[in-house]
Design a protein around this ligand. Structure first.
Ligand code: KG4
Ligand code: ZN
Length: 338
C-alpha cells in the first residue's frame, strides 16, 4: 500500500508519499516562516492563502520525486485537525477532492497522531506499548499508547503548551519568530544555576503540566536585570543565562512527569515527538532518564519532529489498513481530542 500525505494545519505545507514496503518515497516541505516573520507569529489568513499556492505544486513535486503517478497511489491522507481552520480546509479540500477524482480512499488524520507515530518512521522503531510525550506548539500530552488508535491521555497542559511557552518567552526576550529554536540556541551559551525558575506542578501528584508561569518568571528576571543595568540593555551573557534557566525548567518538568508516567504505567519505552522534541537539551535529559530506568527513548529525526507530510502519510496508511475511510464530505476539525 502507498499513501500520499498532506499536512497544512499551521505554517508548513508538507507533502509525502509513504510505501509500506519501501518507506518514505518523497518528502516535500515548504515552510512559511519568512511569510510570517514580520508579524512575529502565524497570521492565519496568510497561512491559508499560502497553502493554496503551494499544496498542488508540492504534490506534483512529490509524485516526480517518487517516480510514480496517481495510479500508483492507493490512498490520500490529510490532516483534518487540530489546527487553524482555514489552513486545515485547504489540505482537507485538496486531499478529499483528489482522492475522489483518482477514485481512491481518503482518510482524515489527527495531527497529534501523526506526531505520535513519527518515531515509527525510523529504523529503530518503538514497539507497543509505550508512553509518548508529545510536545508541540499547540499541545503538551503524555499518552499511554497500546496500539494504533489505542491512546489513553495520562496528562496534558492546563495552559500553554511547551512549544508555546518557548515561543512566548522568546518573544518577550526580544527574539524573532520562530522563537522556540532561537531561545534554545541562546540557552546553549548560558550558564547553569545563575537563575533558578520553578518546576511547575511537580510538587503535587498527577501528570498535568502548566507552563504559563515560566513566562512570568522570565519576565521578572529580565525586569530585575534591566534595573540592575541602570535601565540599560541586559548584557548578552545574562540573556543567555536567563534562557538557560527557562529551558532547564521546562526540560526538568517534562522529565519529572515522564518518569512519573513510566512508573505509573510500568512501561519502559518512551517516545518523544512534536516540534519541541528537536530540543537537544530535552533529548539529552530524557535519554539519561531512560538509561537510569533501564528503558529506551525513541525520537523522530529532526525533519520529522516539526510538522511534515511524512508523519501524515504514515499515520494515514495505518488508519486505512485498520478500515478507516473518510466520507465524501470535506471535514476539518480545528479542535479535535486525540
Ligand atoms: O510540531 P510543531 O512543528 O507544530 C505544532 O504542531 O505546533 O511544533 C512547533 C513548536 C514551536 O512552538 C517551536 O518553537 C517548537 O516546536 N520548537 C522548539 C525547537 N524546535 C521547534 N522548541 C524548543 N527547542 C527547539 N529546538
Ligand atoms: Zn505539529
Amino acid at each position: 500500500m502507498r499513501v500520499l500525505g498532506i499536512e497544512t494545519s499551521c505554517d508548513e505545507t508538507g507533502i509525502a508519499i509513504y510505501d509500506e514496503q519501501l518507506g518514505i518515497m518523497a518528502h516535500q516541505l515548504y515552510s512559511q516562516v519568512a511569510l510570517h516573520a514580520d508579524y512575529g507569529g502565524v497570521v492565519p489568513e496568510l497561512a491559508s492563502r499560502d497553502h493554496i499556492r503551494k499544496t498542488i505544486p508540492l504534490i506534483d513535486a512529490a509524485l516526480r520525486e517518487a517516480g510514480c503517478t496517481k495510479d500508483d497511489i492507493d490512498g490520500v491522507a490529510f490532516t483534518a485537525g487540530p489546527g487553524l481552520m482555514g489552513a486545515l480546509l485547504v489540505g482537507a479540500t485538496i486531499g478529499r477532492s483528489l482522492a475522489f477524482a483518482w477514485d481512491k480512499p481518503a482518510v482524515a488524520v489527527h495531527h497529534m497522531e501523526g506526531h505520535l507515530l513519527a518515531p515509527m518512521l525510523e529504523e529503530r522503531a518503538p514497539a507497543f506499548p509505550f508512553v509518548a510525550l508529545l510536545v508541540s506548539g499547540g499541545h503538551t500530552l503524555l499518552v499511554r499508547v497500546d496500539g494504533i488508535g489505542r491512546y489513553e491521555i495520562l496528562g496534558e497542559s492546563v495552559d500553554d503548551a511547551a512549544g508555546e511557552a518557548f515561543d512566548k518567552t522568546a518573544k518577550l526576550m526580544g527574539l524573532d519568530y520562530p522563537g522556540g529554536p532561537r531561545l534554545a540556541k541562546l540557552a546553549e551559551q548560558g550558564e547553569a544555576n545563575r537563575f533558578k525558575f520553578p518546576r511547575p506542578m511537580t510538587d503535587k501528584p498527577g501528570l498535568d503540566f502548566s507552563f504559563s508561569g515560566l513566562k512570568t518568571a522570565t519576565a521578572t528576571a529580565i525586569a530585575n536585570e534591566t534595573k540592575l543595568a541602570a535601565n540599560g540593555p541586559v548584557d548578552e551573557q545574562t540573556r543567555a543565562d536567563i534562557a538557560h534557566a527557562f529551558q532547564q525548567a521546562v526540560v526538568d518538568t517534562l522529565a519529572i512527569k515522564c518518569k512519573r508516567a513510566l512508573l505509573h504505567t510500568g512501561l519502559n519505552r518512551l517516545v518523544v515527538a512534536g516540534g519541541v522534541s528537536a530540543n537537544v537539551s530535552l533529548r539529552a535529559q530524557l535519554s539519561e532518564l531512560m538509561a537510569s530506568l533501564k528503558g529506551e527513548a525513541f525520537y523522530p529525526r529532526n525533519e520529522y519532529c516539526t510538522d511534515n507530510g511524512a508523519m501524515i502519510a504514515f499515520a494515514g496508511l495505518q488508519r486505512l489498513k485498520a478500515g478507516d475511510v473518510e466520507p465524501l464530505a470535506v471535514r476539518a476539525r480545528p479542535r479535535w481530542p486525540l
